[in-house]
Design a protein around this ligand. Structure first.
Ligand code: TRP
Ligand code: SF4
Length: 405
């Protein structure tokens, strides 16, 4: 049943523009986005304001990073025909929602966000005792809530931010979702769905409220999502009526935890720019081949005749990502018995990495040769995102009594 609700859910995720992407991003994030775009309505954005929270002293690298990153997304197979791609700062409504949410956000919620202390520790060379940095999880909450996204694909380190987003949404709905004649209006809204759907909704609501039936809640939400003939206000009322006595203006999103990427770097540690062990998506084939060929192996295999242990070898980590069972058996047996040499062992990995990068690089070249195309894709995405964001802000302003103009 869970699926019924999520089928209609909107997916939103953002990435900071930090330069060219590498295979770690591809396996950890982009492949997942590419799959999600077929199943959901997806919004993916370049979090350039987020980059400023840590790079405010030298923002000049951000613009190139923005365009490089978009090219890498497209090259990886993110399809602008299926997903909406945009840049955060081109939808200034994010900033307005951030400001309005800041009014009701207890300082403690931000001070307690794990990233606040962690990142300050990690990025010691930067002064992150700023207002913008403290508020960045709230900006993230605004990013998510402004699209009323249901699912937010993120890594482990971002789950706390989605949790914060939920708490903010709850607080907001509780404060501003109250209407004196809420029940009457909800009942009227129900009728507008038509007899059959109204009855379905009422039954699901009853099952949820009386028996705590979560499947019924999910089904009721899915039903509401699919309604064409009720307006946004009525839909929000009916979402709220399912669970309690206030309108749901900003629905609570759910984190969609991305499986931890096992992508190893060239030294066997996790692939990461800070370790200098990455394989960029635009790596040149001959250099990359050379790098993989000279990659460290089990240090115990000094001579070709010394047996080795794949468990102690970074190359094995690559086989885990790229090789099928028969190749893996060939490696473990050949390594432990010194039946194969390390160069031989690396060949299937080299072939697999190059084969994976080939179509990515071909697509990247197409977009790099046509910067206008990339600009147009983003322009269109920004327009579409902005329309959605404007709708939400209209309602937010309304419930916050900000309509005098
Ligand atoms: N904070 C995220 C990161 O550092 C990027 C991000 C910004 C994001 N806004 C978001 C991710 C909204 C998901 C949803 O990786
Ligand atoms: Fe590593 Fe393969 Fe050499 Fe064994 S044979 S040490 S797994 S590269």
């Amino acid at each position: 049943m869970e699926n019924v609700a999520s089928q209609h859910a909107r997916v939103l995720s953002g990435m900071r523009p930090t330069g060219r992407l590498h295979l770690g991003h591809y396996h950890g994030v982009l492949k997942n986005w590419v799959e999600l775009q077929h199943e959901y309505q997806c919004f993916f954005f370049v979090a350039d304001w987020h980059a400023l929270t840590t790079h405010y002293e030298d923002p000049s690298i951000i613009p190139d990073s923005v365009w490089d990153m978009v090219v890498d997304w497209l090259a990886a197979g993110v399809n602008p025909g299926e997903a909406t791609l945009f840049i955060q700062s081109r939808v200034p409504e994010h900033a307005e929602l951030h400001l309005l949410l800041s009014m009701l956000t207890p300082l403690g919620w931000l001070e307690r966000a794990p990233s606040y202390k962690d990142q300050q520790e990690k990025l010691k060379e930067k002064d992150l005792a700023t207002y913008g940095f403290l508020g960045y999880p709230l900006l993230q909450a605004a990013d998510i809530l402004i699209y009323r996204a249901g699912l937010v694909p993120v890594g482990e380190d971002q789950v706390a931010h989605v949790e914060l987003t939920r708490e903010i949404a709850r607080r907001f709905n509780h404060m501003y979702g109250r209407e004196p004649d809420f029940e009457t209006r909800a009942e009227e809204a129900m009728k507008k769905m038509g007899k059959k759907n109204a009855r379905l909704y009422a039954n699901y609501r009853k099952a949820y409220q009386e028996q705590g039936d979560d499947d019924a809640l999910a089904a009721a939400r899915a039903l509401l999502e699919s309604q064409q003939n009720i307006n946004l206000g009525d839909r929000d009322r009916l979402f709220g009526y399912l669970e309690g006595g206030s309108k749901v203006i900003l629905p609570e999103p759910q984190a969609l935890l991305t499986k931890v990427s096992k992508m190893p770097g060239l030294d066997g540690q996790k692939m990461s720019k800070s370790y200098g062990n990455t394989i960029p998506l635009n790596a040149k084939s001959d250099e990359l081949e050379q790098q993989l060929r000279t990659m460290p192996t089990d240090p115990a295999r000094v001579r070709r005749t010394d047996p080795g242990d794949p468990g102690k070898c970074p190359v094995w980590e690559f086989h885990e990502v790229y090789s099928d069972e028969s190749v893996k058996t060939w490696v473990t047996e050949g390594c432990r018995s010194a039946g194969i040499g390390c160069i031989e062992c690396k060949q299937p990995v080299i072939d697999a990495v190059l084969a994976e990068l080939k179509p990515i690089q071909e697509r990247a070249a197409e977009y790099e040769n046509d910067p206008d195309l990339v600009r147009n894709i983003i322009n269109e995405g920004c327009e579409k995102a902005r329309d959605e964001a404007r709708d939400t802000m209209e309602e937010v302003r309304h419930v916050m009594s900000l309509e005098y103009r």
